[in-house]
Design a binder for this molecule. Structure first.
Ligand SMILES: *Cc1c(COP(=O)(O)O)cnc(C)c1O
Length: 458
């Protein structure tokens, strides 16, 4: 990574051009509004991916539904579709309003990917999708499957034995490894997960119990990915899932938008010019929030406003978008340590693919302190009885921050939304949590209580 380090002269110039960088360096919480944000019609022209690509991913997941229902009985009730509920969280909204001494205009919802079947995080969308797509390609290539078949045959020994000739590898801070490991092992693939230092012990233990090879690194996510990529190159039967650049992961995530549209309709929640939708998405390397943003933009166009949320110590996507340097810069170049308890978001260098693809479609990015994540964890548990992992709380303060911060108010003004906000829907995307063990979750909760006391938070 040292060969990619940005030099001092460039950094000095960046600091002059982007005064916000000083706040990033001092790890203050900030809200950055994207000056390159454009109307949908103009922005979508510049992107190579299309609605047809997203629908292709949706169709593929439908083909795989009979397999998933058979291989993972917990998905039987939904017919093999892995999807999460959308909750209205009025109590939490009240608490946020008191905490921040500010009214949130509009309704507040939680999209509970924390409770997705199979792997308990947002990674159950993209990660599982990419492995399924690879499996489908191999099986079709070898004349073992056609798209018209009932895909539940993939849950038989004949297929498991076939897939055992192939391996899959991935670099991860934890949850991506978990989702890839679980689905790959189920299909019969040999699978190797390269885990960064952030990854929790229980995730490594769980994977090993499934026969997954877990390689551990003392370093951060970028190194784990680089190592995985290097090892994979030497083996032609290995398929490397590249979280920093994968279009398949991205498209797997985008399918969430079609599903959300249906849920909103079922709940009689209108999204149109007079009823704007705001979505707040926790961001690590960018694939998950990016893919979902892409899908939402395809559907709701200018009526949806997507904000990414990052830890103050891992503000890589904000930095990459703001400077336009994307993956040519990382937080470590500024002396920021990329150390956060929000392990799912502990990424210092953002995906260049995601940043470049969405640079005209993301409304903004804000950062959140770790202490705040713990306090919100405890507050959500107390007010709604929903338990999330620290990363997943990053989306929660988005709505209130929009009304508190000058940049947020200006954004609403510029989009002509200030007088429509009483009709707004705000969705905090809760990205993980249900697989965290009780003991670990209790310790998060206690930490939240202590911090709330220390900071005198309601
Ligand atoms: C991975 C992850 C994210 C963010 O996804 P990226 O694709 O890395 O941006 C958010 N929350 C949790 C819990 C995650 O595991």
């Amino acid at each position: 990574m040292s060969d990619r380090k940005v030099n001092e002269t460039t950094i000095a110039a960046l600091k002059r051009n982007f005064p916000l960088i000083d706040k990033l360096i001092s790890t203050e919480e900030v809200l950055w509004i994207n000056p390159k944000y454009e109307k949908y019609e103009a922005a979508i022209q510049k992107i190579s991916l299309t609605g047809a690509d997203a629908r292709d991913a949706e169709d593929r997941l439908k083909r795989f539904a009979p397999f998933l229902a058979k291989a993972f009985p917990e998905t039987q009730a939904s017919g093999g579709i892995i999807e999460s509920p959308l909750f209205c969280i009025e109590n939490m909204k009240d608490r946020l309003e008191t905490m921040f001494a500010r009214q949130i205009r509009g309704k507040l919802y939680l999209k509970a990917d924390s409770h997705l079947a199979v792997s308990g995080s947002i990674k159950a969308r993209g990660g599982i999708y990419e492995v399924l797509k690879h499996a489908e390609e191999l099986a079709i290539q070898h004349h073992m499957l056609t798209e018209a078949d009932d895909y539940s045959v993939l849950a038989t020994d004949a297929f498991r034995s076939f897939f055992s000739n192939y391996s899959i590898s991935v670099g991860s801070t934890g949850n991506l490894g978990l989702s890839i490991g679980i689905i790959s092992a189920k299909l019969g693939f040999r699978v190797c997960v390269h885990m960064s230092a952030d990854a929790k012990q229980w995730k490594k233990d769980l994977l090993r119990s499934l026969g997954v090879i877990v390689s551990e690194y003392d370093s951060d996510y970028s190194i784990a990915v680089a190592q995985g990529r290097k090892q994979a190159e030497s083996n032609p039967d290995n398929y490397f899932i590249d979280d920093e650049n994968s279009k398949d992961l991205f498209l797997g995530y985008s399918v969430a938008a079609f599903r959300l549209k249906k849920q909103l309709e079922e709940m009689n929640i209108t999204v149109d010019e007079k009823h704007p939708l705001f979505v707040y998405l926790p961001c690590g390397v960018g694939g998950a929030p990016g893919g979902i943003t892409f899908g939402l933009k395809l559907i709701f166009q200018d009526n949806v406003h997507c904000f990414f949320a990052e830890p103050t110590h891992s503000s890589g996507m904000l930095l990459g978008l703001m400077t336009g340097m994307h993956n040519d810069i990382c937080v470590q170049d500024l002396g920021i340590d990329n150390i956060t308890d929000a392990d799912g978001l502990a990424v210092g260098r953002p995906s260049g693919f995601v940043g470049k693809t969405l640079e005209n479609l993301i409304s903004g990015v804000y950062t959140v302190r770790d202490e705040q994540l713990y306090i919100l964890l405890r507050t959500l548990a107390d007010s709604e009885n929903i338990f999330l992992e620290p990363s997943a709380l990053a989306g929660l303060p988005g709505a209130v921050r929009l009304f508190c911060e000058e940049a947020g108010k200006q954004y609403l003004d510029q989009c002509g939304l200030t007088d429509k906000m009483h009709n707004a829907s705000h969705i905090a995307w809760a990205t993980g949590g249900s697989m965290v063990g009780m003991e670990e979750m209790n310790s998060y909760y206690r930490k939240g209580c202590e911090l709330a006391k220390k900071f005198n938070s309601v």
